[in-house]
Write a protein that binds this ligand. Structure first.
Ligand code: FEO
Ligand code: CA
Ligand code: CA
Length: 649
């Protein structure tokens, strides 16, 4: 049974009015945000203390990644769809600043039914106006100085939060993904900056001069909460303390929150690097040894990373009195590595520090110190020749054997013969497929439109290993695609999928939940969630793919394909409503309740049709009996088995 639990606009305190869902709602700081994404469970005992064993009462920490928009306006939350032209009204922007961020909400089981607790004292929101601390190498560094924080020690908000993580000490981690698109840069900003090295960094992170912002938040007026979205150099100071030229340097991190304590400020853990973060997955903690955190950078041809703590894990820290202080112990000192995948099935973790001469002497960007490396992580990855991947999405660690799984969602920039000077890359062993898929009647999609899931097994040293072996657990494909070249995992119609994105191993059942955020196979199916019981690295075979070229003869690529999943080892579990992404999965420790997020149902609706619900591409969840109005809403659902047993048993 799937029950809708917690949707966009739901009130988080008794004093907030019920959601009308007609674009006139106010008090957004006290409502569920939009585009529910990654999510973690934090148990509560019957007396309201943190509990790792509680199964009927807990907190869900939920990412609110983005909003359904067209030409700047978040049209489902404004009565008339909102203003698409600049400048945008402050009142619209204030709503949009509030619906991004995270929420923490109490959920409770009464009898056999789950509901969220509207008036729980635990509930809280983090919006774009919430103050957040900076920690690690960035804290106090010149790169972090802004008008808001002349000492470079804090910022506001956490933005475009996608994947999540749960620390071994019981705190919540959230990854900031496509944050750069929210900032405006003036057309003459390169010149105003004197074409200094910040220009190289801004371009590498997708903000060329003249870049328009996604929502035009910088246009709301002279108040600082709008001005900060203008990333141009506009002040006269040398250090940036009179403008927001450095504001983007405080975005793009893994951010830690204590979900049990709403009065504790969140902390951006800069040592884990700055990029389009997804999830943060811990290697199995071993007492007396460092911790490892695995992470992906979701953009075409970006990298996979690992952070290794300087501190050794102490079991006494599993239930600390101060979770944020414990986070500082493990996440503010250590080593940051980037992955290189070799054609023979081996790989290396390459350290990104000033002691690595490839980083220190990089001709493409003059790094000043570790803070500069942590802020401009992508440039450091470039410096060491890391492997450019097919969009690293969420990662998770298999509790059975400690192997690390990465969803590589798709890549439209793979070509057998890449165009000269562009961003296309030839296939390699870890990203071996280039093919053409047909969508609908004739639309052709070239590259790796369906994605794959890679896994790696650490070598000697476990969490601290600098070498590993790897293979591809599964190649996503349509069942009807050619088995020798595209459907390399021989998927059937009960297993086929496209664009794996969310990926989370259940700690209780060991099931690997795979969720899709797809646009390639949506001519046939909506996005979905699958259940997998994978084997291990090396359980399949080497496969050599051969591509013909116009010059230079055939291109051959060796790859390593995991064992073909049997029918009972990989199965479709659910399919979502139209135009949604399935994302976020958390469960109670007994595996009997599974919380899942349905993001942006109906996002294909044209803004011009806001007044005509019949023209919405989806009316979910109102068509499933939840809430007022017909405007579609992102929502958390809970799935239980009708016999009350463990899901997947
Ligand atoms: Fe927010 Fe890359 O998925
Ligand atoms: Ca197709
Ligand atoms: Ca996603």
């Amino acid at each position: 049974t799937a029950t809708i639990l917690y949707a966009l606009g739901d009130p988080l305190r008794a004093a907030t009015a019920d959601f009308k869902n007609d674009g006139t709602d106010i008090d957004w700081d006290n409502r569920a945000g939009d585009h529910h994404d990654g999510m973690e469970w934090f148990g509560l005992s019957s007396t309201g203390t943190p509990s790792v064993t509680a199964v009927d009462r807990g907190l869900l920490a939920v990412n609110h990644e983005a909003t359904t928009d067209e030409t700047r306006a978040s049209f489902f939350i404004h009565a008339d769809g909102g203003t698409a032209t600049l400048p945008r009204p402050a009142a619209e922007i204030d709503k949009e600043l509030a619906i991004h961020g995270i929420s923490v909400v109490e959920v409770k089981k009464t009898g056999s039914s789950w509901a969220y607790v509207k008036d729980s004292a635990f509930n809280f929101r983090v919006t774009q106006n919430t103050e957040i601390e900076l920690s690690g190498p960035l804290r106090g560094n010149a790169l972090a100085i802004t008008k808001f924080s002349p000492t470079g020690t804090s910022t506001r908000g956490t933005l475009n939060n996608c994947g999540t993580g749960k620390t071994p000490w019981g705190s919540f981690l959230t990854g900031e993904e496509n944050w750069f698109g929210y900032f405006f840069r003036a057309g003459n900003d390169d010149t105003v900056r004197g074409n200094d090295k910040s220009v190289i960094a801004l371009k590498r992170y997708g903000r060329a001069a003249g870049a328009a912002s996604r929502h035009g938040w910088e246009s709301g007026g002279a108040d600082d909460r709008f001005m900060r979205w203008n990333n141009s150099k506009s002040g006269v100071s040398v250090d940036g303390s009179d403008d927001y030229r450095n504001e983007m340097n405080a975005q793009g991190y893994i951010v830690e929150f204590d979900p049990y304590t709403k009065t504790k400020k969140g902390v951006k853990r800069s040592y884990l690097g700055r990029f389009a973060h997804e999830s943060a997955a811990f290697g199995k903690p071993v007492a007396g040894q460092p911790l490892a955190v695995y992470m992906g950078d979701d953009a075409r041809n970006e990298y996979i990373y690992k952070f290794v703590s300087a501190a050794n894990w102490a079991e006494a820290d599993a239930n600390p009195s101060d979770r944020i202080a414990t986070g500082s112990k493990y996440l503010d000192q250590g080593k940051l590595y980037v992955a290189k995948f070799n054609a023979d099935g081996s790989g290396q973790w390459v350290e990104l520090s000033m002691s690595n001469t490839a980083v220190r002497d990089y001709a493409g960007y003059p790094f000043a110190d570790q803070a500069d490396i942590c802020v401009n992580t992508r440039l450091a990855g470039d410096a060491v020749g890391a492997t450019k991947m097919d969009r690293p999405e969420w990662c998770s660690v298999n509790p059975k054997n400690g192997e690390v799984y990465f969803a590589l969602t798709n890549n439209s920039n793979r070509r057998v013969e890449p165009a000269a000077g562009g961003s296309q890359l030839a296939p390699d062993s870890a990203n071996p497929r280039v093919y053409t898929d047909i969508k609908g009647a004739s639309s052709s999609q070239v590259g790796n439109p369906n994605g794959h899931i890679l896994r790696l097994k650490e070598g000697t040293g476990g969490n601290t290993a600098t070498t590993f072996t790897w293979d591809i657990y599964v190649f996503a494909a349509e069942a009807s695609a050619a088995t020798g070249t595209v459907n390399l995992s021989n998927l059937t119609g009960d297993q086929d999928m496209s664009s794996p994105d969310g990926l989370v191993f259940s700690p209780s059942t060991g099931i690997c939940w795979i969720q899709t955020d797809d646009g390639a196979y949506t001519d046939v199916t909506n996005c979905m969630m699958l259940a997998a019981l994978p084997g291990q690295v090396g359980d399949g075979a080497k496969k050599t793919l051969s591509y013909s070229r116009s010059t230079g003869g055939a291109l051959t690529v060796d790859t390593y394909v995991g064992k073909t999943p049997a029918a009972n080892e990989l199965k479709r579990f659910l399919v979502g409503p139209k135009d949604c992404e399935i994302t976020g999965v958390a469960e109670t420790p007994d595996g009997k309740a599974l919380f899942i997020n349905i993001q942006h149902p109906g996002e294909g609706t044209a803004m011009a049709n806001i007044g005509d619900p019949a023209k919405y591409t989806s009316q979910w969840p109102s068509n499933a009996g939840y809430g007022a109005g017909k405007r579609p809403r992102s929502a958390t659902i809970v799935i239980t088995k009708n016999d009350g047993d463990v899901i997947g048993r």
